[in-house]
Design a protein around this ligand. Sequence first.
Ligand SMILES: Cc1cc2nc3c(=O)[nH]c(=O)nc-3n(C[C@H](O)[C@H](O)[C@H](O)COP(=O)(O)OP(=O)(O)OC[C@H]3O[C@@H](n4cnc5c(N)ncnc54)[C@H](O)[C@@H]3O)c2cc1C
Length: 488
Amino acid sequence: MRGGGRETGGRTQSVENRRHQVVVIGSGFGGLFGTKHLKRADVDITLISKTTSHLFQPLLYQVATGILSVGEIAPATRLVLRKQKNAQVLLGDVIDIDLEAKTVTSRLLNQNTVTPFDSLIVATGAQQSYFGNNQFATYAPGMKTIDDALELRGRILGSFEGAELATSQEMRDRLLTFVVVGAGPTGVELAGQIAELADRTLEGTFHNIDPRDARVVLLEGAGAVLGPMGPKLGNKAKRRLEKMGVEIQLNAMVTDIDALGVTVKDADGTIRRIESSCKVWSAGVQASPLGKMLAERSDGTEVDRAGRVVVEPDLTIKGHPNVFVVGDLMSVPGVPGQAQGAIQGATYAAKAIKAGLHGQAPQDRKPFKYFNKGSMATVSRFNAVCQVGKLEFSGFIAWLAWLALHLYYLIGYRSRIITVIQWFVTFLGRSRGQMAATEQWVFARLALEQVNSDEEEADELAAALGAPPADNGKLAEKAKAAIEGRVS
Ligand SMILES: Cc1cc2nc3c(=O)[nH]c(=O)nc-3n(C[C@H](O)[C@H](O)[C@H](O)COP(=O)(O)OP(=O)(O)OC[C@H]3O[C@@H](n4cnc5c(N)ncnc54)[C@H](O)[C@@H]3O)c2cc1C
C-alpha cells in the first residue's frame, strides 16, 4: 500500500504523506462497484472481504443444480482488480470498526489487522434469516454463499442416489421429495430447476427409480408467488411451475423442520407434515451484524427489523459523513435488496468521496436517488417473468432478456464465454456440465459447526438432531444420518 498506515501483527507502517485512504468492506456488488468507481480518484483503496471472490449471487441456484461451476460466478476479487493500481485486496473478517479512531479491524485465522480510513464504504450485505428458528438451518440450508450452493447440489443429487438404494417405498418417497421454502425469485428458480433436473437431466440414468417421480413442493407463507412482482407475473410463474409438476402451497407457514420433513400450518389452522429429506430455505434475510455495530456507535442511527442500517439521505450514518453504508445492508425506502440497489448506492458513495476531494462539503451532497431498472426471475428453460417500470412481460422474450442481462453483469469475458457454453449444453440439450458432488460439500458445514461449538452448543445441536448429550462425540455421524434421512 502506498503511504498507508496499516498495523498488522504488531507492525505499523508510516502514516506520513499519505493520500486519502478509502476502506471498502465487502467484495459483493456494493464493494466491487464502489472500488471500481474510484479507479481514477486520487485515493488509496483497501478492499477487505471475508471471501476471496466477487460472488454473483443471482446465479447461485445454477451452481446448486449442476449448470454452472463456481468459477463462472465467483472470480477472484484480486484478479478482477489486478489493473486498478490504487486498490489492494485484503482477506479478513471485519470484527471491529472504530469510528473515532477511524480504523477497521479485520481478522484472518488468529491474526488481527488494523486499517485506518478517511472514508469508509460498508457493503457487507445480508445473510439467511430463519426468523428466530436458527435450528432449521441444520436441515434446510439457505442459498447465500458458494458453500451453500455446493452443499445444496450435494444434498439434491445425494437424495436421488439415496433413493436408488432405498429399502422401502416410504424411504424412497421421502428421498424423492424436495421442499423449497419461500416463493420469491430464488425459491421459484430453484424449484423450477430441481424439476427440470429430475425430468430432463436425470431421466433414464437410474435403474431402481424414475427421477421423474420426484416431488418438488414450493411452500410460501404469503398468498402469492413472487409477491413483490405483482399478481399478473406471479400467476404466470405459478401456472408455469405447476405445468412442470411443481406443487405450490400458498399461505403455508413452516412451523418446524427436522431430519425427516417439514411441519406446515395452513391458513385454516391445520397442521400437517411433508416427509422430505432435502429441504432448502429461501424465505428471509438478515443484514450483516456490522450494521448493528455501526448504528450503535453512531450518533443515533437505527437499524430496521431486518438489521439494515437506516441511513441518511446521502447513505451515511448520523454524525459520520465519511462512513457510507450501501447495498443490502442499507435501509432506504423504495430500494429493494437487489444488485441494482447495491451498484447504484456504491456508485453514489464513490462519487461523494470524489466530490469531497474536490472540496464539496457533506451538507452540499444531493440525496441518493434510486433508479428502478426493474426485476426478473427465470421459471424454467425458455421461460421467465420480467418487470421494467409499468411494462410486464413473460415467456421466451423475458427469458432472452434475463440471459442478456445476467451475461452483461457477469464479471470477465472468460466467465461469460464459459457460461454461454454451459447454458447451451443445458438448455438445448439434456445434459448439465457440473454434476459432481462430494461428501465433504454436504457435511462440512455441520462438521465445522461441531468443531467450532463449545460443549453447551454441541449439546444443543445434538438435542436438535435427536441425540442424547453423551452422544456428542458421534455428532457428525448423527448429522450425516439425519441429512440422509436415514434416522428412523
Ligand atoms: C440466491 C440469490 C439470488 C439473487 N438473485 C437476484 C437477482 O436475480 N437480481 C438481483 O438484482 N438481485 C438478486 N439477488 C440479490 C443481490 O445478489 C444482492 O442484492 C446483492 O448481492 C447485494 O450486494 P451487497 O454488496 O450489498 O452484498 P453481497 O453481494 O452479499 O456482498 C457482501 C460482501 O461482504 C462480505 N462480508 C460480509 N461480512 C463481512 C465481514 N464481517 N467482514 C468482511 N467481509 C464481509 C461478503 O464476503 C461479501 O463479499 C439475489 C441474492 C441471492 C442470495
